[in-house]
Ligand binder design. Structure first.
Ligand code: ACO
Length: 371
């Protein structure tokens, strides 16, 4: 047996959803650089689910379907009220998404049509859940989704109860485009492993949310902001980063399993961080981030990943730190569900092996004689 720790370099499936080839990320053959500038998040969702960019009628239909399905059942809202107010927001999302299945009559219907409908409901309802809990924990009433609003606009509206400005909507929309899919990343793999047992889509997405939460994956964006806040000021950056690297500690938001010459999404987020910093008259987080990047890249050769500049982007949008990873999930759910649909289409149980390295030839002795 040859063990490949972390499955590095192992090709575990074929997929036509997205690819990373020579450092270039594509969704269904479209370069992320092209999509980031020229497509909205809903167009990308259509692309991931149906394999093509929508025409106007198809996009209108998707908008209508997402809008019509954005309200979450009262039972799930009541559950959100019962969760501890200080619960981790990813744990809340994981639990609430699991609960959605209990109130969806089609939860166990494995037909293609029902699975597409569930993908729509999941995409439509994740933002509603995240925004509702964010308000409930502050003692505020959840805000019902706005009809005919796109995902980014609706999320910001449900979070604040106010009409968001155009700049914020566009920035969030672009962040959602950039996070929507990423080949066989850890959370997508978790989703595919779960549904490859022919378990249902809600179970797959619940597994994925659990995997995304970890700080080595989507949870890194929150850790980046925690680091920036801990450093506090430009004057402290040098000593802080030097100490971390001297102690062989990881700097969150740097490094990647697949990209070794930089994550193509990071430059878009860096630009957004700069522009939003200028617009909000607060360049502090951006400038500190640039200094950290100079040091980490200079000393370790590690480049920022998608999570690094998204921290200062979301902060400029006045989004609380512990919603950064849920926002990642709001976007990645489109990729998860596209992969789940693809897994069902050509399924085989995913069941690798482990090389056993524990004790052998053990014999059961009566309990009274055991140490
Ligand atoms: N800071 C400092 N050193 C690092 C970092 C980092 N962020 N990332 C990797 N290294 C070092 C490791 O310490 C290791 O050094 P060594 O060989 O001297 O022991 C070497 O680079 C290889 O690192 P691994 O952790 O083995 O690389 P792996 O491919 O397993 O991990 C990962 C990739 C998890 C992304 C890693 O780079 C990391 O932990 N980064 C910080 C967390 C992060 O930003 N995660 C988000 C990734 S993007 C996403 O999931 C959305």
């Amino acid at each position: 047996m040859t063990v490949t720790k972390g499955l590095e370099g192992i090709v575990a499936t074929t997929s036509s959803v997205s690819s990373i080839i020579d450092g270039v990320l594509t969704y269904r053959g479209y370069d992320i650089d092209d999509l980031a500038v020229n497509a909205t998040y809903e167009e990308v969702v259509h692309l991931l689910w149906y394999g093509k960019l929508p025409n106007k009628a198809e996009l209108d239909k998707l908008h209508t379907e997402l809008s019509a399905n954005a309200a979450v059942s009262q039972q799930v809202i009541d559950q959100l009220r019962a969760y501890p107010k200080d619960a981790n927001s990813m744990a809340v999302l994981r639990t609430a998404v699991s609960a959605l299945a209990l109130f969806d009559e089609e939860a166990n219907d494995m037909s293609l049509e029902a699975n597409y409908r569930k993908a729509i409901r999941l995409q439509a309802q994740l933002p509603t859940i995240v925004a509702a809990f964010a308000r409930i924990r502050q003692g505020l009433e959840p805000v019902a989704p706005k009809l005919n609003a796109a995902v980014a606009e609706n999320f910001l509206y449900m979070l604040t109860g106010k009409a968001p400005d155009k700049v914020a909507i566009e920035a969030l929309d672009k962040a959602l485009v950039l996070h929507a899919d990423h080949e066989l990343n850890a959370s997508t793999f978790a989703a595919r492993v779960t549904v490859a047992t022919l378990s249902d889509m809600y179970s797959g997405v619940t597994s994925a949310i659990g995997a995304l939460r970890g700080p080595l994956h989507g949870g890194a964006n929150e850790e980046v902001m925690a680091m920036l806040e801990e450093i506090g000021d430009m004057d402290n950056v040098e000593r802080y980063i030097q100490d971390k690297l001297d102690n062989k500690e990881k700097i969150m938001g740097f490094g990647h399993r697949v990209y070794k010459n930089g994550d193509p999404r990071a430059k878009h987020l860096q630009k957004m961080s700069y522009e939003l910093g200028k617009l909000t008259n607060n360049m502090k987080w951006y400038e500190m981030s640039v200094k950290i990047e100079e040091m980490v890249t200079g000393m370790k050769g590690l480049k920022p990943n998608v999570d690094f500049y998204s921290a200062s982007v979301y902060t400029a949008l006045e989004i609380p730190r512990d919603l950064f990873t849920p926002i990642f999930a709001i976007s990645r759910v489109s990729g998860w569900t596209a992969h789940i649909l693809e897994q069902y289409e050509n399924n085989r149980l995913i069941r690798p092996r482990a090389e056993y390295v524990g004790p052998t030839d053990q014999k059961v002795v009566p309990i009274a004689q055991r140490a």
